[in-house]
Design a protein around this ligand. Structure first.
Ligand SMILES: [Ca+2]
Ligand SMILES: [Ca+2]
Ligand SMILES: [Ca+2]
Ligand SMILES: [Ca+2]
Length: 471
């Protein structure tokens, strides 16, 4: 490099530093929250309004006291917002959303707790006089593009009736996405959520389908979920549910995350006795007419807890019916439409959930690629790990140092239901004492090759069409 070029580079650098300083000074300083009052000067509510009005881009909570609110803290601007606490709790004894980001702004929260009134259950519901409250709610705009990013660092959410954390890119305001694919449209944007040292617990007991962390993503765009050193436990419905409909994929990276003790809002002891007997039955064509199937259950603590399914023959007569109670999972992904699931789960625990431990379901075009390392599932009421490729596409799995035991379903289920194949490499892993203990360790559905290395499937495996290779 010649001297001339060198000095030119230096000059350019000096100019760009000057420009950066100028740009920085164009922003207002962070606004401080000095009052723990619900509103008024120095309050968090006033600070949110100030940031929305453009007079700051971040909030530092300096008051040492907890902040008690009686109505939702709302931020209605598009511009990104950061809120830095120092371990304070934002609390309420009202059944309300604690913090609502209503126009899809990027959100960054550090060192704060959000605590609802608690004490909800199926017999003390939060959805009978108005809506059930959430902890942190981010709602995207219908015209949003790019990626809406929510980053939570040292954040705890508890005691709310509905979802602990809810990120919604869905144009149906409520009840957007129950089940695979769900309902509604959305914006072109993706949703990214980063959870570091996040604890969500004791939420979702005030209504059916209240999850610890819930993402509803519709139209174009992906769900990008990253969680480290976090826990989603004691939640009425799923610990985490990612519901991605239409175009777009689900990308997961979870390290040292606990998804345990979830899914028991629908209380078995209250509801089971209301089920018809038998709860399921099959019939020959022409044997059973639809009007003889037991009616949907009414008059219970929450009738939405019951599932009723009736299959008919082409003739219109009943082929089968089944009743059940809707329990939920530790970690549930429903991906529908174009796009796949790519998930890496490392050093995580998935215990004692009332349905599956981990339940990943990929519908439509697209593949499933899952990497499970150094993780455990036990005591779940259904399968420990269940991964399903429903339609076109393949399932590939790397499973290393995984233990799945004492689940009431299978230990590990990998299924490709349509024309796709299953390819799995399973090493240093073990299953035992699942289900009946017979062929319940590992279940493979579909064609493919499963390689087992240094693994003990003590309770046996079922793989009708796939080849099992032991090395
Ligand atoms: Ca979208
Ligand atoms: Ca759910
Ligand atoms: Ca999709
Ligand atoms: Ca597929």
């Amino acid at each position: 490099m010649s001297m001339l070029q060198g000095s030119h580079t230096l000059k350019t650098l000096a100019l760009s530093i000057g420009a950066a300083l100028l740009t920085t000074t164009a922003y207002a300083a962070p606004i401080q929250v000095t009052s723990s009052k619900d509103s008024g000067e120095g309050s968090l509510r006033a600070a949110l309004e100030a940031v929305a009005a453009g007079s700051a881009d971040s909030i530092i909570i300096t008051t040492e006291d907890d902040i008690e609110i009686t109505s939702t803290l709302t931020y209605n601007s598009h511009t990104p917002i950061s809120i830095y606490g120092n371990g304070q709790t934002i609390e309420t004894d009202k059944n309300i959303d604690l913090l609502a980001i209503t126009a899809g702004a990027n959100l960054n929260i550090s060192h704060l707790k959000f605590e609802g009134p608690g004490g909800f259950s199926i017999t003390n519901r939060g959805d009978q006089q108005g809506e059930a409250g959430k902890g942190i709610f981010v709602n995207l705009r219908n015209d949003q593009t790019g990626t809406a990013t929510v980053t939570l660092n040292d954040v705890e959410v508890s005691g709310v009736a509905y979802h602990g954390i809810h990120l919604s890119d869905c144009d149906i305001a409520k009840d957007c996405g129950a089940g695979a694919g769900g309902q509604g449209g959305g914006s072109a944007a993706s949703i990214a959520v980063n959870a570091y040292n996040v604890k969500v617990h004791n939420v979702g007991y005030g209504r059916v389908d209240g999850d610890g962390l819930r993402v509803d993503e519709r139209n174009e765009g992906d769900i990008l979920f990253t969680a480290h050193n976090s826990s989603f436990t004691k939640v009425g419905a799923d610990g985490v549910e990612l519901d991605e409909g239409q175009n777009g994929s689900v990308i997961v990276n979870a390290t040292n995350v606990d998804f345990s003790n979830n899914g028991d809002y629908c209380q078995k002891d209250l509801l089971e006795k209301l089920l018809p007997s038998p709860v399921e039955a099959e019939f020959k064509d022409g044997e059973m007419s639809e009007d003889k199937v037991p009616m949907a259950i009414t008059g219970s603590a929450d009738d939405k807890c019951f599932e009723r399914e009736v299959d008919l023959y082409a003739s219109g007569s009943v082929e089968a019916y089944e009743f059940g109670i809707d329990y939920d999972d530790g970690f549930d992904i429903d991906e529908a439409g174009n796009g796949g699931i790519k998930a890496v789960i490392y050093s995580s625990t998935i215990h004692n959930n009332l349905d599956e431990g981990l339940d990943f379901d990929e519908e439509g075009e697209g593949n499933v690629e899952i990497t499970l390392i150094d993780s455990k599932a036990s005591g779940n009421t259904d399968d420990g790990f269940k991964v399903t490729e429903e339609d076109n596409g393949n399932l590939s799995a790397l499973i290393s140092s995984v233990k799945s035991h004492k689940n009431s379903g299978k230990g590990i289920v990998l299924e490709a239901k349509n024309s796709g194949t299953v390819a799995a490499f399973i090493e240093n892993s073990e299953t035992e004492d699942n289900d009946s203990g017979k062929k319940s360790g590992l279940k493979i559905k579909g064609k493919g090759v499963i390689t087992l290395r240094n693994s003990e499937i003590e309770d046996g495996y079922k793989a009708k069409k796939a080849e099992i290779i032991k090395i």
